[in-house]
Design a protein around this ligand. Sequence first.
Ligand code: UGA
Length: 440
Amino acid sequence: MAMIAYKCPQCRVTVVDINEDKIAAWNSQVLPIYEPGLDEIVRKIRGKNLFFSTDIEKGIRENDIIFVSVNTPTKTFGVGAGMAADLQYIEKTARQIRKFSQSSKIIVEKSTLPVRTAETIERILNAANKGVRFDILSNPEFLAEGTAIRDLENPDRVLIGSRETQSGLKARKALVELYAQWVPKERIVASNIWSSELAKLVSNAFLAQRISSINAVSALCEKTEADIKEVSRIVGMDSRIGPKFLNAGIGFGGSCFKKDILNLVYLCQYYGLEEVADYWEAVIKINEYQQNRFIRNMIGAMFNTLAGKRICIFGFAFKADTGDTRESPAIYIAKWLLEENAAVVITDPKALKNAKLDLAEIDGGNILFIEDHYKAAKGCHAIAVMTDWSSYQKLDYQKIYKSMEKPAFIFDGRNILDHKRCFEIGFNVYSIGKPPMVHF
Ligand code: UGA
């Protein structure tokens, strides 16, 4: 919404939320999320044509286009628990829009939703027959965290799905015109509304599938002395495959991939497509397998016991350049380490606040959170790299090595460090999909 306000100065954008603390933070000097470049944009336009408010009624009443961006977590109860999307917030929002609207509106699905949700929204909105027209569009978001501003300024595509009726096409045109103020027209793709809803889920499923594919191959590399970096470079040079999203690692995290694939699996099951559901579910199974393998490798390398050892986790965010830790592999790894009776020291440039919340329930006094990497690693038996922060490549590993217990280990879950150099310093180095470099 900040980008729309920034690029369309003639539009007035109001972001409303029931969460007063969040809105207060968006109105303050410290925004509630870290995203490179976002602060500057918000600072430039806040109070001019970008507003944050908790007045939902007014927000609905006064605006012509409403982007519904509420969360759609995985259902934790009842039918479809653990798989289906929980649509209660979408439905509540649709009911609120119906209640407070006094004029016709375009309703845009921004949240990632199961295919055919627009139908539900349409039925709820039109149930009261207030003489007010609602046109529903699907406009899923493809930005990735950490690169959100770049992705929004220069998107691969903007997708707008609509009903192919006269008024549906008119609503579609209005949204196309909004984006066309900065996105080249050939990158604004129009489709039918169901294709749009499904294409979002499938895009994420394909991205996650690439990661699981390369991670599956990394296990085979470790058995055969092939090197996953070389394999992925060679495979990615085929222009039909392409080089992106082929970095093997500890597995994908983030609020979207797992949730969206589970949702896709559930949809396939719902429509009786068991084989298709199993195919996509395997993407998640390999992701869990990769984390499991990482811990087993760690235990094996460190003489089959981690009890009483101190392990430093480098990075808690699910990826670099964000403070977001949702579904971060680091959460699972930290929990496993604690179950093995290891002591855990966590360091991260932006995610310590969230890390504390994630581990609050299991913190029995065996977890330390230390911002300074050197202090965090001091006295540890091993470092486990969980996030691909580029700053980790620039640290003085000689200094770190000196301060650690010996033999000292590095488990590079992101394959970002200079392994040869670390080995020469004295570390025993274990990475993903490469032969280990061990001193004895
Ligand atoms: C993802 C998609 O990339 C976006 O296109 C989409 O809009 C977004 O989900 C969403 O649906 O909201 P995001 O989760 O922010 O974006 O981040 P990604 O860059 O996709 O990374 C996801 C995870 O995969 C991270 O844990 C990352 O470290 C991991 N990853 C990524 C790998 O392990 N290997 C790779 O080669 C690439």
